[in-house]
Write a protein that binds this ligand. Structure first.
Ligand SMILES: [Zn+2]
Length: 279
C-alpha cells in the first residue's frame, strides 16, 4: 500500500535532527516489547515504520496479533494509544496488553487485533498533548487534515474494515474512570461491563456531566468533533469506545485498569456475537 502522507520533519537531506531523535526514542521504547512478541506464534508482526521514517514518510507502529480461532470469522478490532502525548498511561497499557497476550493468547480468541501504541510520537517524546507541529491530533480526523499522523491513521481506518475501535486516554480532571460510546448500537453494552471490570481497582466517575458532556453511569454518548473514528460513510458502524482513566491514580493501577477494560470489551463482544449467531 502506498501511503499518501506529507513528509514530516524531513529536509532535502533526509530526516531532521528532531525526527531522528523521535525515531531513536520510539525505537528504544518498542524494541524490547517486539523482542518478546517474536516468541509468540500468534504475533503476525509489526509494520516497517522505522524504514518508512528514514525515507521521510511518517508511518506509525502497528502490531498485528491474531488470537486463536473460535470457529467463526475473526473480528478485526483496532486499539489506539498515545494520540495525546501527555497521556503515556495508554501507551503503557497497550504495550502491557501486547505482552500479556503472549502469555494468554486466549484473551484474543476470535479476534485479529491491530494495536497502534504510539499515535503521536513527537508529542509523547516531549510530553505534550499536541504533536510537535502544535496540533491536537484527536480533533483533526476526517476534515482534510495535513497532519501526517492523522492521515496515516485515516488510511488505516479506511483499509481496516474494523468491527471495533478502542482508544486509550487519560483525563487530568476526572476523579474516576469513564468512557465514550459511539458507533454501533451495541457499544454501550460493551462499555458497561468494562467499567464494572475496572471498578474494583479504580472508582468510576458517576457524575451527570463529565468533560462538559451529559453522562450516565460513567458513559458519554456525545463526542468532540474530529476525534479518531471510522470514516464518516462507514456502514454498519463498528463499535467505537474511548476509555479515559483518571490521571491521579498510581501508574500501575491506570495501566491495569485500561488493559482490563480492553479485555472486558473483547470478552463481552465475543459473547454478544456468539449469542447473535445462535438466534
Ligand atoms: Zn486524551
Amino acid at each position: 500500500m502506498k501511503l499518501d502522507v506529507q513528509p514530516f520533519h524531513s529536509t532535502a537531506d533526509g530526516l531532521s535532527g528532531e525526527a531522528l531523535r523521535d525515531l531513536a526514542w520510539l525505537d528504544a521504547c518498542l524494541s524490547p516489547v517486539e523482542a518478546h512478541l517474536e516468541t509468540s506464534r500468534h504475533f503476525l508482526g509489526v509494520n516497517d515504520w522505522r524504514a518508512a521514517w528514514v525515507r521521510g514518510e511518517l508511518v506509525l507502529p502497528r502490531y498485528l496479533f491474531m488470537g486463536p480461532r473460535d470457529g467463526g470469522d475473526l473480528a478485526r478490532v483496532a486499539i489506539f494509544a498515545g494520540i495525546h502525548g501527555d497521556e503515556p498511561e495508554g501507551v503503557a497499557a497497550a504495550l502491557r496488553l501486547l505482552l500479556e497476550l503472549v502469555e494468554h493468547p486466549e484473551w484474543a480468541t476470535g479476534y485479529c487485533l491491530q494495536i497502534y501504541p504510539a499515535c503521536n510520537p513527537s508529542g509523547l517524546r516531549r510530553g505534550t498533548r499536541e504533536s510537535a507541529a502544535g496540533r491536537d491530533l484527536n480533533r483533526e480526523f476526517w476534515g482534510a487534515t495535513r497532519q501526517p499522523e492523522v492521515r496515516f491513521l485515516e488510511q488505516e481506518l479506511s483499509d481496516g474494515d474494523f468491527q471495533g475501535l478502542i482508544s486509550l486516554h487519560t483525563d487530568d480532571t476526572s476523579p474516576g474512570f469513564y468512557g465514550y460510546a459511539h458507533g454501533a448500537a451495541l457499544t454501550q453494552l460493551l462499555l458497561a461491563p468494562a467499567l464494572a471490570r475496572v471498578h474494583p481497582h479504580l472508582p468510576v466517575n458517576h457524575g451527570e456531566i463529565i468533560d462538559g458532556f451529559a453522562a450516565r453511569n460513567g458513559i458519554i454518548c456525545d463526542a468532540f468533533e474530529g476525534i479518531l473514528c471510522a470514516p464518516p460513510q462507514t456502514a454498519p458502524r463498528p463499535f467505537e469506545i474511548t476509555l479515559e482513566t483518571p490521571q491521579t491514580a498510581p501508574e500501575a493501577v491506570k495501566e491495569l485498569a485500561l488493559a482490563l477494560a480492553v479485555q472486558a470489551i473483547l470478552a463481552e463482544h465475543r459473547k454478544l456475537m456468539a449469542y447473535a449467531a445462535n438466534i
